[in-house]
Design a protein around this ligand. Structure first.
Ligand code: SF4
Length: 66
């Protein structure tokens, strides 16, 4: 499976890729590097709004609370 084409410019990925948070790692495995990458809500948002969503939006569409 190829990685998501937005990986290098995706705020979520660049901000959280080094995290030790297992939930974030799971999202990356399933979405960014996995079979659900075409269903990523960040990708859909970018397509609909013509700009990237907040870095804190998960691929599922939920926001990470700080
Ligand atoms: S969060 Fe979505 S847009 Fe970003 S790299 Fe992962 S699959 Fe691609």
């Amino acid at each position: 499976m190829k990685d998501c084409g937005l990986l290098g410019m995706c705020g979520f990925f660049t901000k959280y890729c080094k995290t030790k948070d297992l939930a974030c790692k799971g999202f990356m495995r399933i979405y960014c590097k996995g079979e659900k990458q075409d269903q990523c809500k960040r990708k859909i948002y970018r397509r609909e709004h013509g700009k990237a969503p907040s870095d804190d939006m998960l691929p599922s569409g939920q926001m990470i609370r700080s």
